[in-house]
Unconditional design. Structure first.
Length: 731
């Protein structure tokens, strides 16, 4: 049965920018016995709405659900706004404040003149209102136009629903375009894809074709080109694409042949419209080209800016050694010194070279040289990292606040925009970004836009690690440009501690594996087993650690195959969190999750202070009519409902990509020839450098050798290096 309730809004408890409401509803009528119990009071409700006010009458369609904390509430799936018909409610409606300049006295005179037909008169025959004594033309025009707009907004949302958009998408579209919505839809429905993040090409294309759009329509082909370029750049990390690549993938996306001439005409039109840029054989999305240009220009400006000369720096650095109890090597001293003198500095090095120690020293040097209190220091500098776990590590080492780049820029997940931007800049004077190899071109461009033009920037990272998930290879390009200030840390700072693990990392990076390094000490173990016995060996070690109640993390190159992450997680769940009557379970996409399971977050949820790569434990599962999961991330308890169950996975084993920015005491890396193309040097190097104390490698030594020798990863095509070089010539 389709449950409805008719009544009025009593109070708004919460409203998001995208039209998501939580509120209380006063019921006048319903077809549900369960809801009838709320007649004498109000019922909580949630859902997406264009606009709600206390004067209107609404019919809400949906279902009654049970919330663990707030009890019963009505989950709205669709709704109608009912124009008032009775005399008193019409007077109340007209004098509600919606119609500027119409008070209760005037509203009463109008309704007494036209009765229950009042609103139809205002809409269809507004000149009849001149019969009401004292009513001015301005008041009549306001009532007429306001009521038209009021009805049009609801009718627009209904028409979008009828086209095939969900209520949520319809509200998203209407709230963006307002009264221009129908014009945009009629002129080019594919424009929605360019301006609204959640309205995808595939969603629009399905709706457009169902509603009479021709397959060969140039607007459809142009949209497919933009979609393909964005997808390929994100998939392969490129800044630009070649014409034949775009053409090939566009045909697949559109599922029909495109005449060469039509395709090229669409490419040309997109250039004329400023949506793509062509440089020789290279085709860029305009936003990518501009992002690389912006990065190159800012770096050039900072490099040309005058150094902060100060004779006291050397002496102050020596005092830091006493302050922290460290003796810095020459490379570290140079990095600390230049961090104060230069406006832009890159500090790069492998594990054990003291990058974190340098960040600590840089912050304290800046504080002392500028005679700042710790409170003032936190206002002057920003310590940033791409992931929550990486930012937490910086904060622990410096005892200063640190955050993700997204949080610093005040990312709004609903509109995918940053609150700190070129129009609202941060006031900080120094920014330090750690784990910079993970930062993509778009994110760094956004960060630069949110900073004052002369803000000092210190970049810290290991360019031998995996590049960012998004487009670009910033750290590599910036170092290889030979245009910027770079300090390369090569001398090992932590040589005695975990020396075999660190030595292995350097051997992997330099393609010179010495197998005698294994099994010399307890910190680095290689267990040779055939591929079909890897998981059994994993279970032995995992069981040992489980019995000792010790943490261990498995890192693997890929999800599928017999030794992939998915299979390992299913197996290790039996070891670390076996089935028990006391633990509730839930089935999600054929995978059993149970209370106390270890899980990893797959995307950013900044409002909940949980980010991609964060690891937590399932604390509670509710699996009845309502389905909810509560996950504890280091004391941060986050609630998940069925709509976002896809945002986490088991984490007994995680991908090496997902481990970036994190460190674990003990790690197992299975390595077999069956991993195929995922066996390459940067991947193995990144996995090895996540270890703090002990590393197990299980599998085939030939697979490890193959991976170390394979530097033939997908080469990213970028032009930042060339742009940096060109910009530095502009003196």
């Amino acid at each position: 049965m389709n449950i409805y309730m008719k009544g009025n809004l009593k109070r708004v408890i919460f409203k998001s920018d995208m039209g998501y409401y939580v509120g209380l509803f006063k019921i006048k009528e319903t077809n549900s016995e369960e809801i009838e119990e709320f007649f004498s009071s109000t019922i909580p409700f949630t859902g997406y709405f264009h606009e709600l006010n206390e004067e209107d009458t609404y019919i809400l369609y949906g279902k009654l659900v049970e919330h663990e904390k707030y009890g019963k509430q009505f989950q709205v799936e669709n709704y109608e706004c009912v124009l008032p018909e009775e005399k008193d409610s019409t007077i109340e409606f007209l004098s509600s404040g919606l119609f500027k300049g119409i008070g209760k006295k005037t509203a009463t005179k109008i309704v007494e003149s036209f009765g229950k037909n009042t609103l139809n008169i205002i809409l269809e025959n507004p000149t009849d209102l001149f019969l009401v004594p004292g009513l001015t033309k301005k008041q009549i025009d306001i009532m007429h136009h306001t009521l038209i707009e009021y009805q049009a907004s609801y009718q627009t949302i209904v028409s979008l629903n009828e086209l095939g958009f969900s209520t949520k998408d319809s509200l998203l579209i209407y709230n963006h375009y307002k009264e221009n919505t129908n014009n945009v839809i009629n002129e080019n429905i594919y424009l929605l894809m360019e301006e609204l993040e959640d309205i995808t090409f595939k969603k629009i294309d399905t709706i457009a074709l169902k509603n009479g759009f021709q397959k060969e329509d140039p607007r459809r082909i142009q949209a497919a080109i933009l979609y393909v370029m964005n997808e390929l750049c994100n998939l392969y990390g490129h800044s630009y694409l070649l014409e034949n690549e775009i053409f090939s993938y566009a045909i697949q996306t559109l599922n029909n042949l495109i005449v060469d001439n039509n395709f090229r005409q669409c490419l040309t039109q997109l250039q004329l419209n400023g949506k793509i840029i062509q440089q020789e054989e290279k085709y860029y999305l305009t936003k990518m080209y501009q992002a690389e240009q912006n990065i190159a220009k800012r770096c050039g400006y900072l490099m040309r800016s005058k150094d902060h000369m100060d004779q006291k720096v050397e002496k102050q650095i020596k005092k830091l050694e006493n302050y922290f109890g460290y003796i810095y090597n020459q490379e570290q001293l140079e990095a600390i010194r230049l961090s104060y003198l230069k406006n832009l500095l890159i500090i790069t090095g492998g594990p054990g070279t003291g990058k974190t120690t340098i960040i600590q020293a840089v912050c304290e040097l800046y504080r002392q040289m500028n005679k700042l209190s710790y409170e003032k220091l936190t206002q002057k500098i920003a310590l940033l990292a791409p992931t929550g776990r990486a930012s937490k590590r910086i904060s622990e080492s410096t005892t200063l606040p640190a955050s993700t780049i997204h949080r610093f820029l005040k990312w709004n997940k609903e509109n995918n925009k940053f609150g700190i931007n070129e129009y609202h800049k941060s006031e900080v004077d120094l920014v330090i970004v750690d784990e910079f190899s993970m930062v993509d071109t778009y994110l760094f461009d956004s960060l630069l836009k949110g900073l004052k033009y002369d803000t000092k920037i210190i970049i810290v990272g290991d360019d031998n690690q995996l590049p960012s998930v998004g487009p670009g290879q910033l750290l590599k390009d910036m170092i290889e440009s030979d245009c910027l200030n770079v300090v390369k840390l090569k001398e090992l700072y932590r040589q005695e501690e975990n020396s075999n693990i660190i030595s292995l990392a350097y051997q992997v990076n330099e393609n010179c594996l010495d197998q005698t390094i294994f099994n010399q000490k307890e910190d680095l173990i290689f267990i040779p087993v055939p591929t079909n016995n890897v998981i059994n060996e994993l279970m032995k070690i995992a069981t040992e650690y489980a019995n000792l109640n010790k943490e261990i993390q498995i890192l693997a190159p890929m999800y599928k195959t017999d030794n992939g992450i998915d299979k390992i997680n299913t197996t290790l769940q039996q070891v670390f969190n076996p089935k028990e009557d006391s633990k509730k379970e839930i089935l999600i996409n054929d995978i059993i999750f149970r209370e106390q399971d270890k899980v990893i977050q797959l995307s950013n949820m900044p409002d909940e202070n949980v980010f991609n790569g964060d690891i937590g434990y399932i604390e509670k599962i509710i699996n009845d009519k309502k389905k909810e999961i509560y996950i504890n991330f280091d004391g941060n308890r986050v609630r998940y409902t069925a709509s976002n169950f896809q945002k986490f996975k088991h984490a007994y084993a995680i991908s090496i990509h997902k481990s970036q920015g994190s460190e674990f005491n003990t790690i197992i890396i299975p390595i077999v020839n069956g991993y195929g193309k995922m066996l390459y040097r940067k991947l193995i190097y990144t996995g090895v450098t996540r270890v703090k104390q002990k590393l197990y490698l299980i599998g085939e030594i030939s697979a490890l050798e193959k991976a170390i020798q394979n530097d033939d990863t997908n080469i990213r095509r970028t032009t930042l290096k060339e742009m940096l070089y060109e910009n530095m010539k502009m003196v």
